[in-house]
Design a protein around this ligand. Structure first.
Ligand SMILES: *[C@@H]1O[C@H](CO)[C@@H](O)[C@H](O)[C@H]1NC(C)=O
Ligand SMILES: *[C@@H]1O[C@H](CO)[C@@H](O)[C@H](O)[C@H]1NC(C)=O
Length: 549
């Protein structure tokens, strides 16, 4: 009796423990499985990430942009305005800048409203090189908006910001000179100060340093540059609709940048108007005092009467909305235009601490070193030479890390931009598009990396974790090893790298290895029947000799 009286609870306890054990392993297994399976799990969200390149013709420049995106696992790009001619002599640049606006809009209009939350990057086709992974773009884009929305709420107040739907979702790149607008335009005077520290270039920051070649060298990046933009499809479409409307009114505008800068300037003017109209009595007294004590130029009050500024018509309630959720990438974290920043950046490896110190000294930083180790977001991203198949990996130095890679880095801000926009031009600096190409980390292995990219499995372009939610970004295009060509309807035509970049003129410049023209590897069959038949024929042709033996 005595024995079984404690035996029974013991058996019950063991049974219970086994149940708990089974239950806990079962539940943790299902959690893993369901998030991998991505079947409408509420902890996983999937969306598309579009990459748009306005480019009308093939060139070594375009192929460098496209190849840099391919080796880093960006979505297959969509070419806008492909093979369009810009010969309207009444328009500046033959109308190519208006065409950029029309081309982007033509595609975005085809995406129905359910696509509005998808992400889209628009990148100038001929002079932008990627050097870091897409997951770095998306996480930095999120952080930039988070910081900006905090600034918006502290400037306007939570209530005003919310009531007027003032927020930031779209990020353009930033540059040091307000161009092409004049200082009296809202695009120049009404935009916020840069997010960069007021002494980022030392005591001369924001001063004209009497440098004939670049008087803007010490200015902080504060003004809109339209070379790259990223944001949700719906918000970007609204900006391009507005731009197209503006382009119609002034047919001979200098560039698309002028139009986007104007939209940004008007937005900022209106934000300040909302603020000015809602100041508390105490704030008004402070402002009045400030007006008497500081000079007009130091007054951070852009809406009061000014002798030369071209103000805007005050936004009337129920009138036009100037809020487009636009903000800038002040630190060049996403994309660094090199114009006016010609000497701010250097090629460096994050592991070479001595080299970084030397280059900082040479740049005139007087002992300061701002490049401090590999950024955490880069370290956490997929390693540079990772490949999804063994055959590709065998041809690549897969053990190398991001610390070993030469990346073009801003010595003053300490930032390694995800993309470099090579628009520097004074004294023949456009030539850097040739002379710098062999400095990129992927250049020595470009052919192997492109083969790996063409054979890559279909997987998310980027996976990010944000407060317990896993967000996956997918390439909207199935095919690899080429580009989609916009034709006014989805999915558009297909063009392989070989047809785009396969001429000896282009491959000689892009690969510089004497191995002849580029041939597309045939890995996956196209879903397009005609293309697939061609692929099979070409594969047979190239394997003829080995099949006969
Ligand atoms: C602030 O002013 C704008 C008009 O410029 C108005 O629409 C808005 O309701 C005001 N907000 C508050 C909180 O008073
Ligand atoms: C790139 O090529 C130039 C000559 O055009 C050479 O001076 C330079 O050292 C090369 N850089 C690398 C990293 O190979």
């Amino acid at each position: 009796m005595q024995r079984s009286s404690y035996k029974l609870p013991l058996i019950a306890l063991v049974f219970l423990s086994i149940c708990v054990l089974i239950y806990s392993t079962w539940s943790s297994n299902t959690k893993v499985l369901s998030s991998q399976g991505n079947q409408h799990n509420q902890n996983t969200q999937s969306s598309y990430y579009h990459l748009l390149l306005p480019a009308s013709e093939a060139s070594a420049g375009l192929c460098k942009t496209i190849f840099s995106a391919a080796v880093l696992g960006y979505p297959t790009p969509r070419l806008l305005n492909w093979q369009r001619k810009f010969e309207d002599e009444h328009l500046i640049f033959g109308g190519s800048h208006i065409a950029k606006i029309e081309g982007v809009l033509g595609f975005l209009r085809q995406l129905e409203p359910q696509h509005d939350d998808e992400l889209v990057s628009i990148v100038d086709g001929y002079d932008v090189w990627f050097q870091l992974r897409p997951e770095v773009v998306i996480s930095r884009y999120n952080e930039i908006n988070k910081r900006a929305n905090y600034r918006i709420r502290s400037r306007l107040g939570m209530k005003d910001a919310e009531e007027n739907n003032v927020k930031q979702t779209v990020v353009f790149s930033a540059q040091k000179k307000c161009w092409p607008a004049s200082p009296d335009d809202a695009a120049c005077f009404a935009v916020p100060q840069s997010e960069l520290a007021a002494d980022i270039y030392g005591p001369q920051t924001d001063h004209d340093i009497d440098d004939e070649k670049n008087p803007f060298a010490k200015m902080r990046q504060r003004y809109l540059n339209s070379g790259t933009v990223i944001g949700p499809v719906g918000d970007v479409r609204a900006i391009f609709e507005r731009a197209a409307e503006k382009a119609l009114v002034s047919t001979n505008f200098g560039s698309d940048q002028g139009i986007f800068a104007e939209i940004f300037g008007e937005q900022e003017y209106q934000r300040e108007l909302i603020r000015a109209q809602n100041l508390s009595r105490l704030q008004r007294i402070f402002l009045a005092l400030k007006r008497v004590t500081v000079g007009l130029s130091e007054l951070d009050d852009v809406t009061s009467p000014h002798p030369t500024h071209h103000g805007m018509n005050p936004a009337t309630p129920g009138g036009r909305n100037y809020e487009f959720h636009i903000g800038l990438d002040y630190g060049g974290e996403l994309s660094q235009p090199t114009v006016f920043s010609e000497n701010d950046l250097a090629w460096l490896k994050h592991k070479d601490i001595n080299d970084i110190r030397d280059k900082s000294t040479m740049a005139g930083m007087e002992g300061k070193v701002r490049v401090k180790g590999l950024p955490g977001d880069v370290a956490a991203s997929t390693p540079p030479f990772w490949a999804s198949d063994v055959a590709s990996a065998a041809n690549l130095p897969t053990s190398q890390t991001w610390e070993d890679m030469a990346v073009y880095t801003n010595l003053w801000t300490g930032t390694t931009p995800v993309a470099i926009h090579h628009n520097a031009h004074h004294d023949g600096l456009k030539a850097r598009i040739q002379t710098f190409w062999n400095e990129t980390w992927y250049f020595p292995h470009l052919r192997e990396l492109l083969h790996a990219s063409a054979r890559d499995i279909r997987a998310p372009v980027a996976v990010l974790e944000n407060s317990g939610v896993q967000h996956e970004w997918w390439d909207p295009t199935d095919e690899r090893g080429g580009a989609r060509v916009e034709i006014g309807s989805l999915p558009g035509d297909w063009i392989g790298w070989q047809d785009m970049c396969g001429t000896t003129e282009i491959t000689d410049e892009v690969f510089r290895d004497g191995k002849g023209a580029w041939n597309d590897p045939i890995v996956f069959l196209s879903w397009d029947h005609g293309v697939a038949e061609e692929q099979v024929a070409r594969w047979r042709e190239s394997h003829k000799s080995s099949m006969n033996t």
